[in-house]
Design a protein around this ligand. Structure first.
Ligand code: ATP
Length: 470
């Protein structure tokens, strides 16, 4: 294993451990990631003794500042581009109402037992005599080979002690595309209610990691099948299911949403675009109707869905800022390009889409592309071709009319000065008429034409030009 520990810092830490007469190991995620060939810069060191004293010594030797977290008995330093955390080996015991354990000093074995999964419990020794030796008491290597998430001890106890581990299990399965051991799945099912003692922020942190994984549906399927999703994000679980009336069904919106999410994950790593995919049909259950002629309809689900976004963001402690507004906008507009692609694509429709989407047009187009999940190859091809056409038109209109960050070529002030008006209804009417004329393509998005148009419309309203120098 030595070749994996070629950063000089590992030898240095081993040397200090020898000098202080203690044992030191690199443990956890860093070791796991060596074998997954995912080089990591986060290094966790466990020492059989005081983590604080040891870190102090390492800091002195490397001439680097150390941050101490005395309450947790941990210390951290940055060295080059690495973040190294130190902790003394510990034994943990839990009480029922808290995920904070009672902690006492322990052996390496005790410390490995308190780790969440076998693949996260492997340790490599740093002392000279045993440098690079692997201690893997729970078969972590084998589980890596079998692509399996398994707890070192009894799964029910592991998850009951710290219910955040249920989210972590699913998050690792999703990030690595691993299976979760059946005993662990069963233990999540029986402990799922205990997720209530975990803070919303931590749950959402894990949820976001699931969303950012290469195939997010892996994690969401586990969340749904174990019942955790129903507790942490019930609106999404409600998308599940197909109702039949007169033999007519609709598509299962839960699995459709997962497909859209996986599709968009192929195109972008942007968390918020992925959130827009999750939420694009969120109001379908609330707007579902069966109509004798049309069958199942979801009228207005885009509008209702956009209005649900702030509540969901609040509930999940996601930021209530411009990111939320972006998601809201994409949910609201998600049908527009499709409708456009099905119809004759007119310049004015494209201009209106650009006007409404502004800077977020690329994100919106990505979402709509991902939303085409039909299994009918003919339909799929037709949609995609029409999309190309919309894309091309968007480009043409953008080059010609610059609508994306549209600023009116005529301001309210221009209108007031030209007609000698105070602020009032007429100014608004004329401004609207100018905007509509530009979007409809009646006049170009340009000052001279807009001025002429403004005067014409003002006169038609019975106004008199008092100053035509604007
Ligand atoms: P990542 O960096 O992708 O989050 P990681 O495994 O490094 O992965 P950390 O949260 O940094 O994750 O945790 C470091 C190590 O600490 C883990 O590998 C695991 O051994 C242990 N650990 C972290 N959280 C828990 C927990 N809730 N219960 C038990 N062990 C944990």
């Amino acid at each position: 294993m030595e070749e994996y520990l070629d950063e000089p810092i590992f030898k240095k830490i081993g040397q200090i451990a020898d000098e202080m007469g203690v044992s030191a190991y690199v443990i956890g995620g860093f070791v796991r990631d060596i074998f997954l060939m995912r080089p990591s810069k986060d290094i966790d060191i466990v020492v059989l003794g005081s983590g604080i004293d040891f870190a102090e010594q390492v800091g002195r030797s490397l001439k680097t500042q150390v941050a101490f977290f005395k309450n947790f008995g941990t210390a951290m330093l940055r060295y080059e581009d690495m973040e190294v955390e130190f902790v003394g080996a510990r034994k943990e015991s839990y009480r029922a109402n808290s995920r904070k354990p009672i902690v006492e000093d322990g052996t390496l074995d005790d410390d490995q037992k308190r780790r969440d999964f076998s693949i996260n419990a492997m340790a490599l020794c740093l002392n000279k005599e045993h440098f690079g030796e692997l201690t893997d008491p729970f078969g972590g290597m084998e589980d890596l080979e079998n692509r399996l998430i398994r707890t070192p001890l009894d799964a029910r106890e592991t998850f009951s002690d710290d219910p955040l581990r249920m989210m972590r299990a699913i998050r690792f399965a999703s990030q690595l595309n691993f299976r979760i051991d059946q005993a662990a799945i069963d233990a999540i099912v029986s402990n799922k209610e205990r997720i209530a003692i975990v803070s919303k922020e931590r749950i959402t942190d894990e949820l976001n990691k699931i969303i950012l994984s290469p195939i997010p549906s892996v994690g969401f399927n586990y969340l749904f099948d174990t019942g955790l999703l129903h507790i942490i994000f019930p609106q999404m679980a409600e998308l599940y299911g197909v109702e039949l009336i007169n033999g007519r069904g609709h598509k299962d919106n839960f699995y459709h949403t997962l497909e859209v999410l996986d599709n968009i994950a192929l195109q972008t790593n942007d968390l918020w675009l992925r959130w827009a995919a999750i939420l694009h049909d969120i109001a379908k259950p609330a707007t579902k109707r069966f109509e004798a002629k049309q069958g199942w309809t979801f009228h207005g689900h885009e509008d209702r869905g956009a209005r649900m976004v702030p509540k969901i963001f609040g509930q999940l402690k996601l930021p209530l800022n411009e990111k939320m507004k972006l998601v809201q906008k994409l949910v609201l507009l998600h049908l527009r390009p499709i409708v456009l692609a099905q119809d004759v694509v007119t310049d004015s429709a494209v201009r209106r889409l650009l006007f409404d989407a502004g800077e977020d047009i690329e994100g919106l187009m990505m979402l709509c592309h991902a939303d085409v999940t039909t299994k009918n190859e003919y339909k799929k091809k037709r949609y995609r071709q029409n999309f190309e056409l919309v894309q091309q038109k968007l480009k043409d209109v953008e080059e010609r009319d610059q609508i994306r960050n549209w600023q009116p070529p005529i301001t309210g002030k221009d209108i007031m000065l030209t007609f000698g008006l105070a602020e009032g209804k007429e100014v608004g009417i004329i401004k609207n008429q100018i905007r509509e004329a530009i979007l409809e393509g009646e006049i170009r998005n340009e000052r001279e034409e807009a001025l002429r148009f403004m005067i014409e419309k003002g006169v038609a309203l019975g106004l008199k030009v008092v100053d035509d120098t604007h």
